[in-house]
Design a protein around this ligand. Structure first.
Ligand SMILES: Nc1nc2c(ncn2[C@@H]2O[C@H](COP(=O)(O)OP(=O)(O)OP(=O)(O)O)[C@@H](O)[C@H]2O)c(=O)[nH]1
Ligand SMILES: [Mg+2]
Ligand SMILES: [Zn+2]
Length: 297
């Protein structure tokens, strides 16, 4: 019996990565009824039956699972945004950070198209003083600036993927698929049949799959442009803004929601530049959404 990770289910088979190979697996009888219970990322035990074929004999309990995309045991989410073309949608990034943190998955922020950004004239808006990646670095997030074209920053990022299950998420056109290709560097492990099938299906089907990439397993996903916040109480929203932590206890009211209350330390920190203006704006927008959603329950 060997242990592996389920990459995908396709055409009645399950493809499992174990011992540096992909195995085409069928299910043992008693599992067949629970077919839909398996997700990419599930840790399974397989019994080889020769010629890269095997049978799934058992599965380990999941540590976590995401619903969009449906993947189990995710270690980290790579939140991919272009520095330019399209301009990064920071409202969406801040939503994703909340969603990922809420699922207890580690976020990594990846800004792409650094090559293009560097050749453009610097924008003379207020953000130029503190670059967008720096806003997130200062908060304490792990941030990479890369070019999928020239390869700047790719080697450093690759190290973070080793032995981990990672998902790529972000808006359409941000460079997720290009990043996946840059990270795999032609070393993506393929078995003929699987790559043919997935190539045919890649842009048309919605099935999720993990792929061997940079010493780990990575799932590319289709881009999206809107995202609901997870269900939460209004007073919990601020906990998803780590940069508020050191100020939160200095508001006049202990119940302060940092919106329109007087003597709010968060607002003061935003005014003196310690907290980013866009982050505070998004906090207030999200607060209204959380309050509106509370009423519906
Ligand atoms: N100059 C430059 N262009 C890039 C870079 N990364 C991606 N692109 C281009 O940006 C466009 C979109 O890239 P994709 O990788 O398809 O974006 P995606 O995030 O996978 O988009 P969806 O699959 O629609 O969600 C393509 O034309 C890429 O060639 C980069 O680092 N630099
Ligand atoms: Mg893509
Ligand atoms: Zn306050």
């Amino acid at each position: 019996m060997i242990e592996g990770v389920l990459l995908k289910g396709y055409g009645g088979f399950y493809y499992v990565y174990a011992e540096d190979r992909v195995w085409e697996c069928s299910l043992r009888g008693r599992f067949r009824i629970k077919d839909q219970d398996f997700l990419p990322g599930d840790r399974v035990r397989i019994l080889p039956e020769g010629n890269n074929k095997a049978r799934i004999e058992g599965a380990e309990p999941r540590l976590n699972s995401l619903t969009r995309p449906s993947i189990a045991n995710v270690d980290q989410a790579l939140l991919v945004f272009a520095l330019t073309s399209p301009k990064p949608d920071l409202n969406l990034l801040d939503r994703l950070l909340i969603q990922v943190t809420c699922s207890e998955i580690e976020p990594l922020i990846i800004f792409t198209k650094l090559d293009k950004y560097l050749t453009e004239a610097p924008p003379d808006d207020s953000l130029a003083k503190s670059s967008i990646p720096d806003i997130y670095r200062r908060i304490g997030y792990t941030v990479f600036e890369v070019s999928n074209k020239t390869g700047i920053g790719i080697t450093e990022l690759r190290k973070c993927l080793e032995e981990k299950i990672s998902v790529l998420a972000g808006p359409s056109g941000a460079g997720k698929s290009s990043l996946f290709n840059a990270l795999s560097d032609g070393k993506q492990l393929k078995t003929g049949e699987i790559s043919q099938k997935s190539q045919r299906g890649r842009h048309t089907t919605r099935h999720v799959e993990l792929m061997v990439c940079a010493g780990g397993l990575v799932a590319d996903t289709p881009g999206f442009s809107s995202l609901f916040l997870p269900k939460m109480k209004r007073e919990d929203l601020a906990t998803y803004f780590p940069e508020f932590d050191e100020h939160r206890n200095h508001c006049r009211f202990s119940s302060c929601l940092h919106d329109k209350e007087p003597d709010c330390a968060i607002k003061a920190a935003q005014e003196n530049g310690e907290i980013s203006g866009t982050r505070y704006d998004h906090y207030r927008i999200f607060l209204q959404e959380v309050i509106a959603a509370e009423r519906r329950y």
